[in-house]
Design a protein around this ligand. Structure first.
Ligand code: 5GP
Ligand code: ZN
Length: 117
């Protein structure tokens, strides 16, 4: 856990969130400021600052996060592929639009139009 990291605090339960999934290594919760009808974040419990800090040892964890995405997307109301589907976004760094420096996977879906994109 990294001190003063908002997503570490959410993972530890110190800041409340609307959780959609949790296991020993991963949590998923609704984005506080959604820009699509379905918008949740998949987050590793361990503090990894961004995609830029990923190492080979994180491959299995990242693989699990990515394979969770389609399952949770359906559970949260995304219509099935191909008419429905979802968008995955991983903002990385300042130019990548990252605001929270703890790696997270945005999962966006639901009927359009969306607020962005
Ligand atoms: P980024 O721009 O870093 O990719 O996205 C950060 C996301 O985290 C934003 O979409 C923002 O709405 C969300 N967020 C920031 N603070 C909180 C919080 O305290 N709780 C929840 N549930 N989402 C948050
Ligand atoms: Zn953190």
């Amino acid at each position: 856990m990294s001190a003063d990291c908002i997503f570490c605090k959410i993972a530890a339960g110190e800041i409340p969130s609307r959780r959609v999934y949790e296991d020993d290594d991963i949590i998923a919760f609704h984005d506080i400021n959604p820009w699509a009808p379905v918008h949740f974040l998949i987050v590793p419990k361990m503090h990894i600052t961004s995609m830029a800090q990923l190492e080979e040892k994180h491959a299995a964890l990242m693989g699990r996060m990515m394979t969770l995405a389609p399952r949770l997307a359906l559970e949260q109301g995304c219509e099935p592929y191909p008419e429905g589907g979802f968008r995955i976004v991983i903002n990385t760094g300042k130019n990548g639009g990252q605001e929270v420096p703890h790696l997270h996977v945005h999962v966006l879906g639901g009927a359009r139009p969306w607020k962005h994109g």
